[in-house]
Ligand binder design. Structure first.
Ligand code: RP5
Length: 155
């Protein structure tokens, strides 16, 4: 779980919490495509070789991070556009969603909804291989459905 700046943590903490809730082993790290390109390349290559199965990258503004990660690994890369700057995350969303053909990034929604869904989507990817994540994801959805079904309104 990567992010371009410590300022992204407030958003990316949601992803971390989902992964924690589902018991997915992961690490969280600040690395930037622009500011620490060599460290980023070394980190992605090392973790790819160690067997990392999904990479998640949150970044704001020009947000090159997910694309840079995707260039360095053939594992799935999910991108979370951070809601920041003059364009409020639209710039980051387009940077991730508009990857040229050949090196995909799975772009999620801007901000905290995208951060939560990045965690859930990573769990869903892992659930293809690990039955325990599949079972937990089904339980999570059942609980979510029960909450919606039992919601009450003041009228
Ligand atoms: C991006 O620039 C980061 O992902 C962050 O969202 C944004 C601003 O970074 P800081 O100036 O807060 O470090 O690379």
């Amino acid at each position: 779980l990567l992010m371009g700046s410590a300022s992204d943590w407030e958003t990316m903490e949601r992803t971390h919490k989902v992964l924690e809730e589902f018991g997915v082993p992961h690490c969280c790290k600040v690395l930037s495509a622009h500011r620490t390109p060599d460290l980023l390349a070394a980190f992605v290559r090392e973790n790819d070789a160690k067997g990392a199965e999904v990479f998640i990258a949150g970044a704001g503004l020009a947000a090159a991070l997910p694309g840079a990660v995707a260039a360095l690994t053939s594992r799935p890369v999910l991108g979370v556009p951070i809601q920041a700057g003059a364009l409020n995350g639209h710039d980051a969303l387009l940077a991730m969603a508009q990857m040229p053909p050949g090196i995909p990034v799975g772009a999620l929604a801007i901000g905290t909804p995208g951060a939560t869904n990045a965690g859930l989507l990573a769990v869903a990817i892992l659930a293809n291989k690990y039955p325990e994540y599949d079972a937990k994801l089904k339980r999570y959805r059942e609980e979510q459905a029960a909450k919606v079904a039992s919601a009450t309104l003041p009228c």
